[in-house]
Design a protein. Structure first.
Length: 192
């Protein structure tokens, strides 16, 4: 007979020992934040999730909503990423599962899958433009928008929190690569 073993989230990431980067832009870790992937293929469920479950889902593609310290990012027509403090993630997941029970939906804790970091400052957009193929000009990508893309070889989920502040989620295995690439871009931009 197999016993059930409880798994704790990965306590360290590959960038946990990295010092914040300061220069023409700043790069910081976003510690203790978890992520839940939410799939609601039934077209009526997003409206119900907003109304019945108290979870404000973005209505428009490539946007996000924020309620206090919980951010919900639109990933696709039936998929969202909930970015929340790690201490809230478990309760949030259990609450959603209970409320969505019996419906065709999926609520998956993917906190161990990725790492969050924040890039900020007046040169943050210019730094991202060095390795991200998205049109990041303010007329095309502004505060409140998000997209799945990449920075050089690292696949990222990018959200613009404010005009000069970006949240990036990256797979844990690529976090050190992304951190080093962004830090290098900040250093080189400072020399120009």
């Amino acid at each position: 007979m197999l016993s059930r073993v409880g798994f704790e989230p990965v306590a360290r990431s590959l960038i946990s020992a990295k010092a914040p980067v300061r220069g023409v832009a700043s790069l910081d870790q976003v510690d203790q934040f978890g992520a839940i992937n939410l799939r609601l293929p039934d077209a009526t469920l997003p409206a119900k999730a907003t109304k019945e479950y108290g979870l404000l889902l973005p209505a428009s593609p490539n946007t996000f909503t924020q309620q206090g310290d919980v951010t919900v990012l639109w990933l696709g027509p039936d998929e969202w990423m909930i970015h929340a403090p790690l201490k809230k993630t478990h309760d949030l997941k259990q609450g959603l599962e209970a409320k969505l029970g019996g419906r065709h939906a999926a609520v998956t804790d993917v906190s161990d899958n990725s790492v969050a970091m924040e890039l900020g400052g007046q040169s943050a957009r210019r730094i991202l433009e060095k390795g991200c193929p998205l049109d990041l000009h303010p007329r095309a990508f502004g505060a409140g928008q998000c997209a799945q893309s990449h920075f050089l070889q690292a696949v990222i989920l990018l959200a613009q929190i404010e005009s000069d502040r970006f949240l990036l989620r990256v797979r844990r295995s690529m976090s050190e690569y992304l951190w080093d690439a962004l830090a290098d871009a900040i250093l080189k931009e400072g020399r120009n």
